[in-house]
Design a protein around this ligand. Structure first.
Ligand code: SF4
Ligand code: SF4
Ligand code: FES
Length: 358
């Protein structure tokens, strides 16, 4: 097949930047990485990019295609070429470019190291001196986070990192959850404290681009939500973001709606809210906010309240609630049949279905 590509070339020593066109002959099964190899071997040996495994496991070949991060070795070119599209290939975002498609991964690794990506000692060892067995149900909590290959595609697309380069970012936070949820780690609460500090979980804007672009299904935004839920469960809720999240829960439970008028005082405190009175009055004047008193209650608020009761009754607060939600989604997508539960019928939590009144 004929493949046409546009590649952003960059030379960090001269600052020279140029969009170059390439047209190559490639086998039908070629990936983007194969195409770059052909460009380098047959057309322009000066092109720089990273690669190693060519099988989606080393995480070296992250780059952007048409502005969105991809693993080059996972991206088939056949359909793109057949449609006559000419994709634009560029280096990943949020990391300094060294040359062409190669970025400096040092800031990425600094954040990775900052979350202490190794087990903190101190857990109870089995009395028989043998290995520590962890039940599969327990490992399910961190199954997705353990799939991360450190490719940086999520970091490339993170808009919170664009506004605050110090933000720990989706990869480091997903790795943080991998250890927060590991029953052998003896520093869960200390980790939650650190991950809840400035530049931590509450700086995430919930844009979900990291979930969208991760090539391994890690879903870093979900990992951040799990850390947030577990922090609140442990009483680590000093940050405005935590207070904000708690008010969402409280107002949805009581009215089935977000009680926005009370959101600012509940999140930021009364003193800070009074300072923003002028802004609030302006919003009201322009019909952008209203004072609803008594608060409007949704018609089916009983369902929201029943769900809250169920979560508490089952002890599914913190990350366990998220994991149950993930499993329920899977079951709803693929049909519910508890005879297929791996540890016997009912060994996985039954999904909550809205029509069932608790
Ligand atoms: S959801 Fe949060 S961590 Fe993920 S890309 Fe958006 S801002 Fe970054
Ligand atoms: S979370 Fe996904 S996108 Fe981010 S570094 Fe890990 S594998 Fe790559
Ligand atoms: S070359 Fe290893 S993930 Fe693409």
């Amino acid at each position: 097949m004929q493949v046409a590509l546009k590649i952003w070339r960059f030379n960090s020593s001269t600052g020279e930047r140029a969009l170059r066109d390439y047209e190559i002959d490639a086998p039908d099964e070629a990936t983007l990485l194969d195409c770059l190899d052909i460009v380098k071997d047959e057309h322009d040996g000066t092109l720089a990019y990273r690669k190693s495994c060519r099988m989606m496991i080393c995480g070296s070949c992250g780059m952007r295609m048409d502005g969105a991060a991809v693993l080059a070795c996972k991206t088939r070119m056949y359909d793109i070429a057949q449609e006559g599209k000419i994709p634009v290939i560029s280096a990943m975002g949020n990391l300094p470019i060294v040359k062409d498609l190669v970025v400096d991964m040092e800031p990425f690794w600094d954040k990775f190291k900052a979350i202490k990506p190794y087990l903190q000692p101190g857990y109870e060892r089995p009395e028989d001196g043998k290995e520590y067995h962890i039940p599969q149900q327990r490992m399910n909590v961190i199954h997705k986070e353990a799939l991360c290959i450190n490719c940086g595609c999520c970091v490339s697309e993170c808009n919170a990192m664009e506004s605050d380069p110090e933000f720990l970012g989706p990869q480091a936070l997903a790795k943080g959850m991998r250890f927060v949820g590991d029953p052998r780690d003896a520093a869960k609460v200390e980790r939650l404290e650190e991950l809840s500090e400035e530049h931590g979980i509450w700086e995430c804007t919930r844009c979900f681009f990291c979930n969208e672009r991760c090539p391994k299904g890690v879903d870093p935004r979900d990992a951040i939500a799990k850390i947030g839920a577990e922090s609140i469960k442990e009483g680590i809720d000093r940050d405005i973001g935590a207070k904000h999240a708690k008010w969402f829960i409280r107002s949805s439970e009581t009215t089935g709606w977000l009680r926005e008028t009370e959101l600012v005082p509940k999140s930021q405190g009364v003193v800070s809210s009074i300072k923003q009175m002028k802004f609030a009055l302006n919003l009201i004047k322009h019909n952008k906010a209203g004072l609803a008193f008594p608060p409007h209650v949704a018609a089916n608020v009983g369902e929201a309240r029943a769900l809250h009761k169920l979560v508490h009754a089952q002890g599914k607060l913190g990350y366990e609630g998220h994991v149950q939600g993930e499993q329920a989604h899977e079951k709803l997508s693929h049909g519910y049949d508890d005879s297929r539960d791996p540890y016997g019928p009912g060994s996985f939590p039954r999904p909550y279905l809205p029509e069932e009144k608790a």
